[in-house]
Write a protein that binds this ligand. Structure first.
Ligand code: 13P
Length: 250
């Protein structure tokens, strides 16, 4: 069985004090045995703090975005090499907020994915449809388009060391979690797509669900065949809530 990954995307939340308290709590709570791996994605300024607190622990950390350029005149941006200096192992690419608020296109997302892979970071590729797209029956075609933009660049082999996160936009921060059946349906669609090209990579690929995951709904979601963990926003900001999700893993 694939090991569940419980990943916390802190978005633009945090302070020195909050990061200390949260990570101390997670470190203490992660001593009990579990079938889940844990990862956190703090805002850039707190990566140094995460690195010094989590070094040597079982909790991984990563960034919420990266710029595809190695360096140069890109005010406000951060490169893969910089993330590596702060011990990041993972990086989110194509989060729906990056796509919708900051205009990242499928091509931009693919560029970031390629850069992450080439630099040794594990890209966590976020895909998912809006409510309008779901209601218009476009869920699968949207997810397929978002995956294809990356697959066309790196091939199925590029996913040997990557993670996919299915995050329906209508479920993010709304409290309206996709039902386990709705999520499983799209996760199976995603895995089948990879399986049509490479069974082994498809079988190993971690496909996370994101969108209002909490301690009460996590067990049902993670019990589904193709749901290999969660990308958690709001509930990853509180020690007890995030640990409840980790401990929901059977
Ligand atoms: P919420 O868990 O707050 O819905 O956020 C999900 C998300 O966007 C994680 O990347």
């Amino acid at each position: 069985m694939r090991k569940i990954l419980v990943a916390g995307n802190w978005k633009m939340h945090g302070s020195h004090a909050m990061v200390s308290e949260l990570l101390e709590g997670l470190l203490a709570g992660s001593e009990s045995p579990s079938n889940a791996d844990m990862a956190v994605f703090p805002p850039f300024p707190y990566l140094a703090q995460a690195s010094s607190m989590l070094e040597g622990s079982s909790i991984s950390w990563g960034a919420q975005n990266l710029n595809p350029a190695p360096k140069g005149a890109h005010t406000g941006e951060v490169s893969a090499a910089m993330l590596l200096e702060f011990g990041c192992s993972h990086v989110l690419v194509g989060h729906s907020e990056r796509r919708s608020i900051y205009g990242e296109t499928d091509e931009d997302v693919a560029d970031r994915f390629v850069t992450a892979l080439e630099s040794g970071l594990v890209p966590v590729l976020c895909v998912g449809e809006t409510l309008e797209q779901r209601e218009g029956g476009e869920t699968e075609s949207v997810v397929q388009r978002q995956l294809d933009a990356v697959l066309n660049r790196v091939g199925v082999g590029g996913f040997e060391r990557a993670v996919v996160a299915y995050e329906p936009v209508w479920a993010i921060g709304t409290g309206q979690t996709a039902t386990p059946e709705q999520a499983q349906e799209i996760h199976a669609f995603i895995r089948d797509k990879f399986a049509s090209q490479d069974d082994i990579i498809a079988g190993q690929l971690r496909i996370l669900y994101g969108g209002s995951v909490n301690g009460s709904n996590a067990a049902d979601l993670f019990a589904r065949e193709d749901i290999d963990g969660g990308l958690v926003g709001g509930a990853s900001l509180k020690v007890d809530d995030f640990l409840a999700i980790r401990n929901a893993v059977g």
